[in-house]
Design a protein around this ligand. Structure first.
Ligand SMILES: Cc1cc2nc3c(=O)[nH]c(=O)nc-3n(C[C@H](O)[C@H](O)[C@H](O)COP(=O)(O)OP(=O)(O)OC[C@H]3O[C@@H](n4cnc5c(N)ncnc54)[C@H](O)[C@@H]3O)c2cc1C
Length: 599
């Protein structure tokens, strides 16, 4: 081995998880090297639905505008269409991704950002450019082969795939964002539950102008249910818009039993013509690839100094569009903790909270995405596709749903019910936003967790309860409309308070002095406060008194709150910081000054 490189954090992978981590670390001033096996980034537009939580991370990184420029707007994601073919009969639609008039307000109220369609081929370069331009040293064609850990760090053996040479990189911490076939999760023996490779899917990426079939019912996903089509499975697939309306990705299931399915361009075109329902439309095939449906998650995300994230620890089908979004959230959770620990401002135990906070989310999204697969057979069943002995019988059953008799009536009811159930895939706003963390990086305020007033998978419920995400409200600062989220983040803690909360300012200054961390203080209220509560949304919804405080972590999650100010506010805030940062000795120091140890 000819050379050795040193860095604080080695990030393995340049997908959404790895690139978000590198961008965040560099923004926070943490030295890092990012390696990736290939010579460039994603070459197929896999992830696309980019939800508000992911957009909020991009906003915090100052990348939201670029992401918006490269994305398709929420309004063009409006329908999920179920049809025989794009030209053929339509069975039903779901107004999706917050586009139903009844759901628009939910989405708008939840975040300063909007859900959008941002293909992975556009997202990754945005993140990687931010990372590299802010300090990440990026190495393409570089593959992690092995790693060993000791008390002080990790030594990774990487291979330069161009020269064939192996060399070591020594780091304090290693982030394994190396995807669903993660070598790192295997090397550090992360415990996994569930199964990989349950079924196969093929992606056909192609160019074709399909505007005349879709522009009147704009959508990202057109579900084709076509018994008798000469493709594997029961005759169901999806046509996904990549760019409106001339770049597409067709996805069709195949039987994994005989092994990977190979498809030539001519066969692919035949499939596409059937899905479109017209056989003379010009098509240019760009690529054909396959992937498998997985149902697996890690029950622990780290081992020692190695932390895995993204598909490395949650492996699931793309339904609900949660993979890349969750990967970016994993990165947002871990990056600030790494920064504080590397800077010796927090104990290594802070890093353990990454596991505690993110692994339940991984389990939840893997389960949800797989449950969304199970919600398709009732649609096929309602159309009579499952019971039919052959395609002719299936086609007759599909037609029978239009008959004015009892059979037709029953089919129509079943079909409408089954399609309505897909709201749990296409409008699962709660699944996207409702995460509430429990760990030692969240200090309870003694109040019980607020119960969900509506279906927690469909509806997001804002609260400042410790462990929940900071609610978004519009306020005004220096003549500019800002979100409460804009007042926080940027790699530092923030104390939000109101009129009469001066004590929190003193307490925050003391915390900065004692712990060497950065704590912003923003008062929200009438004129004279740092941010104007112009619509009184904070006043009515912050769930604290005006002189209370909400302590917001760098990842915009509530770390603690106090209902009101009191004579011991300062010592309480210091104690909270001591607990979040895992600094027992600081607490002991505080105790020596007469400040109580936490229970
Ligand atoms: C058809 C399809 C549609 C999807 N749609 C959505 C969607 O709408 N929304 C959504 O949120 N998600 C979606 N997903 C899921 C999403 O693509 C993944 O969840 C996401 O890519 C995971 O990101 P990641 O960074 O963890 O892993 P990956 O994107 O898989 O990246 C892994 C990285 O690690 C590198 N690597 C691997 N091994 C090594 C090694 N040994 N050494 C060095 N580098 C290595 C790879 O080169 C790559 O850069 C979809 C997936 C598919 C297949």
């Amino acid at each position: 081995m000819s050379r050795i490189l040193f860095t604080d954090v080695l990030v393995v992978g340049s997908g959404p998880a790895g690139s978000a981590t590198a961008a965040l670390l560099s923004t926070y001033g943490v030295t890092n090297i990012q390696i990736t096996r290939f010579g460039w980034l994603a070459d197929t537009p896999r992830a696309h639905i980019t939800n508000q939580r992911a957009m909020e991370v991009l906003r915090d990184l100052g990348l939201e505008e670029r992401a918006k420029t490269c994305s398709t707007h929420q309004t063009l994601m409006a329908n999920n269409v179920f049809c025989y073919s794009l030209k053929g009969e339509e069975f039903g639609r779901v107004l999706s991704w917050g586009n139903h008039p009844l759901r628009k307000a939910d989405y708008e109220l939840a975040s300063p950002t909007a859900i959008c369609d941002l293909p992975q081929t556009f997202l990754e370069p945005i993140l990687l450019e931010a990372a590299a331009s802010r300090g990440t040293s990026v190495r393409f064609n570089t593959e992690l082969i092995d790693l060993i850990q000791d008390a002080d760090g990790v030594t990774a053996t990487v291979k330069d795939r161009q020269s064939g040479e192996n060399y070591p990189i020594r780091c304090k911490y290693l982030v394994g964002a190396d995807g669903a076939r993660s070598r790192i999760a295997e090397l550090i023996k992360l415990p996994m539950e569930g199964q990989m490779g349950l079924s196969g899917s093929m992606n056909i990426l192609f160019d074709a102008d399909l505007s005349r079939f879709v522009a009147h019912r704009p959508s990202v996903l057109y579900w084709i249910l076509q018994p008798g089509s000469n493709i594997d499975g029961i005759g169901a697939g999806v046509m996904r818009m990549v760019r409106p309306w001339n770049e597409w990705l067709a996805i069709w299931g195949y039987d994994v039993g005989p092994g990977e399915r190979r498809l030539g361009d001519d066969e692919a075109k035949q499939i596409l013509h059937k899905m479109i329902g017209v056989d003379d439309i010009p098509i240019k095939i760009r690529s054909i690839s396959t992937w498998t449906v997985n149902n697996q998650y890690a029950t622990r995300y780290s081992n020692g100094r190695v932390f895995c994230m993204g598909d490395a620890v949650h492996r699931h089908p793309p339904l609900n569009g949660l993979g890349s979004n969750t990967s970016i959230q994993d990165a947002y959770n871990l990056a600030w903790k790494l920064k504080l620990v590397i800077e010796n401002k927090a104990a290594p135990s802070l890093l353990e909270t990454y596991d505690d906070e993110r692994s339940p989310v991984g389990k939840q999204i893997v389960t949800r995405a797989n449950r969304s697969i199970e919600d398709y057979p009732p649609i096929f069943d309602a159309l009579g596709m499952l019971a039919a002995k052959d395609p002719q019988e299936a086609l007759a059953a599909i037609q029978s749903r239009k008959a004015p008799d009892e059979t037709g009536k029953s089919r129509r009811r079943k079909l409408n019910e089954a399609i309505r159930q897909k709201n749990y895939e296409f409008n699962a706003h709660g699944v996207e936003l409702n995460q509430r963390y429990q760990s030692s990086a969240v200090v309870p305020d003694g109040t019980p967790q607020p119960p969900y007033r509506r279906d927690r998978e469909l509806y997001y419920q804002a609260t400042t309860w410790p462990g929940a995400h900071l609610p978004h409200f519009w306020v005004e600062q220096d003549g500019e409309r800002k979100s409460t989220l804009d007042l926080c983040g940027q790699g530092r803690f923030t104390v939000l308070t109101g009129l009469g909360g001066a004590v929190w300012r003193r307490a925050a200054a003391e915390a900065e002095r004692r712990f060497g961390i950065s704590v912003a203080v923003v008062s929200i209220g009438p004129s004279g406060c740092d941010a104007l509560d112009i619509y009184a949304d904070w006043y009515w919804n912050c769930e604290i008194e005006e002189d209370g405080c909400v302590l917001v972590r760098p990842d915009n999650y509530v770390g603690w709150r106090s209902h009101c100010a009191s004579t011991d506010s300062e010592s309480r805030l210091l104690e909270v910081f001591g607990r979040i940062l895992g600094l027992r000795e600081k607490l002991v120091e505080l105790a020596a000054c007469g400040i109580r140890e936490p229970a």
